[in-house]
Design a protein around this ligand. Structure first.
Ligand SMILES: Cc1ncc(COP(=O)(O)O)c(C=O)c1O
Length: 381
C-alpha cells in the first residue's frame, strides 16, 4: 500500500504502545500496576452520569449536533468562564465545543499551518502538538526546551517568527504550573506578534491542589486561543468533551473547518458537560469534584514522598495527576526493569521528547493502596 508521507513521518503513538505492552503482560498473568496513562480510575461524579442519562431522552439527542456546539451549552460555558476566570466570552463568537481537547488541538493546527510553517512545541510535551500539529500539516517543528532550571517554562525568544506556538500549563508531563508573570509575558508575546498564533492547552486547569488555582491565558490577552477539557475534571475521558475559547478570528474559522471534518460532540454529552459546569459556585468546583481532587492530592503526596526516599529527583507539584521524576541512570532501563521485574508500568520521559531524557512519568490513576504497592515494588527494584 502507498501511504502519504505525512503519515509515514509519524512516530508511533506512545500511549498505544504502552497499552499493548500492558495488555500482553496481563495476559501472561502478571499483576500489572499501570501508571502509564492519565486515564482516571475514579468514576465520573454521579451528577455527570445522571445528566448523561437524562439528556439521552432529549428529543434532539439522536440528531446531528452543530459543529460549534449547542447554543445553550455555549452560553453555560461562557457563564462558567466568567465565574471561574473573570473573563467575559461571547458564546456565539468566542466558544466552540470540542470532541475532547485532543481533537481540537489536532484540527486547530490545520487551520493555521501551511507546509514548511514553523510550529513551536514545548519539549517534553504532550505528543499531539508535534505530531498532529507539525508533522501532519507538513510543518517544521521548533523545539522549546522546558528545563527544570527555568521551572519548566520555555524561553519565548526562541518562538520568534513561528506560525503556531503551543503551550500547556498546568503541564503534562512535568506537572509544572506557570506563575502569573509568565502568563503576562506570554500575553505580551501574543499581542506583539500578530503573525504567531498562540494556542494554550489548559486541559489541566481544574486539576490543582492546595490553594493553587490555575489562571486562563485569556485573562491576560484576547489574541490567543485556549483549549479546555472535561476529561480529567469529571473523570470522563471516554465521553470526549471539551471546548475552545478565545480570539473570534480563530474560533469562528475553526468552527467552519470543523464543519468539513466532523459533526460535533453528541448533544447529550455537551449538555451533561454544561450541567456539570453550572454546578460551580463562582470559581469553586462542586463538592464531588473537590472530593476527587482530595484523593489525587493524597496520592501525589504518597508518591512524591516514596520516590524521593528511593532517591529519585521528584518534581513537586500542585497540579495534574502526573509525577515527573529524574531517575539515576538511563530511564529506559528503569522503565523496562520496573515493567518486567515488578509489573509496574511507567512512561519513559523520552516519549515526550528529548527533554524528557532521564525522567519517568507516573500517572496517579490507581487507588491509594495500589500506589503503595507500586512504591514498595519500585523500592526493591
Ligand atoms: C496536555 C493534554 N492536553 C490535552 C489532552 C487531551 O484531552 P482530551 O481527553 O480532552 O482530548 C491531554 C490528555 O491526556 C493532555 O495531557
Amino acid at each position: 500500500m502507498i501511504y502519504a508521507k505525512r503519515y509515514l513521518s509519524l512516530p508511533p503513538y506512545l500511549f498505544a504502545d504502552l497499552e499493548r505492552k500492558a495488555a500482553e503482560m496481563k495476559q501472561r498473568g502478571v499483576d500489572v500496576i499501570h501508571l502509564g496513562i492519565g486515564d482516571p480510575d475514579l468514576p465520573p461524579p454521579a451528577f455527570f452520569t445522571e445528566a448523561l442519562h437524562r439528556h439521552l431522552d432529549d428529543s434532539d439527542a439522536h440528531l446531528y449536533p452543530t459543529s460549534q456546539g449547542d447554543p445553550e451549552v455555549r452560553r453555560t460555558i461562557a457563564r462558567w468562564f466568567q465565574g471561574r476566570f473573570g473573563v467575559e466570552l461571547d458564546p456565539d463568537r468566542e466558544i466552540c465545543v470540542l470532541i475532547g481537547a485532543k481533537e481540537g488541538l489536532a484540527n486547530f493546527a490545520r487551520l493555521v499551518v501551511n507546509p514548511d510553517d514553523v510550529v513551536a512545541c514545548p519539549d517534553p510535551a504532550y505528543p499531539v502538538y508535534a505530531q498532529a500539529g507539525a508533522i501532519l500539516n507538513e510543518g517544521l517543528r521548533q523545539t522549546l526546551m522546558l528545563d527544570p532550571e527555568r521551572g519548566f517554562l520555555p524561553d519565548l525568544t526562541q518562538a520568534e517568527g513561528v506560525r503556531l506556538l503551543f503551550l500547556n500549563y498546568p503541564n503534562n508531563p512535568t506537572g509544572a504550573t506557570a506563575p502569573e508573570s509568565f502568563f503576562r509575558d506570554l500575553a505580551a508575546f501574543a499581542d506583539s506578534h500578530p503573525g504567531t498564533v498562540v494556542a494554550h492547552d489548559a486541559a489541566y486547569s481544574e486539576m490543582t491542589f492546595g490553594d493553587y488555582r490555575a489562571p486562563s491565558l485569556l485573562q491576560y490577552t484576547r489574541r490567543a486561543v485556549e483549549f479546555h477539557s472535561l476529561s480529567k475534571l469529571f473523570n470522563a475521558t471516554g465521553y470526549r468533551i471539551g471546548f475552545l475559547a478565545g480570539n473570534p478570528e480563530l474560533v469562528l474559522p475553526f468552527t467552519a473547518l470543523k464543519a468539513q471534518l466532523d459533526s460535533g460532540a453528541p448533544v447529550f454529552i455537551q449538555r451533561a458537560m454544561a450541567d456539570g459546569l453550572a454546578r460551580y459556585q463562582g470559581a469553586d468546583p462542586p463538592p464531588e469534584v473537590r472530593a476527587n481532587l482530595a484523593q489525587y492530592e493524597r496520592r501525589r503526596a504518597l508518591v512524591e514522598e516514596k520516590l524521593a526516599e528511593i532517591g529519585w529527583e521528584v518534581t513537586r507539584s500542585q497540579a495534574t495527576f502526573y509525577v515527573w521524576a529524574r531517575v539515576s541512570g538511563e530511564e529506559m532501563e528503569t522503565v523496562n526493569r520496573a515493567a518486567l521485574e515488578k509489573g509496574v508500568i511507567m512512561t519513559p520521559g523520552r516519549g515526550f521528547g528529548l527533554g524528557g531524557k532521564g525522567y519517568v512519568r507516573l500517572a496517579l490513576s490507581q487507588p491509594y493502596e495500589r500506589l503503595e504497592e507500586a512504591m514498595e515494588r519500585l523500592r526493591t527494584l
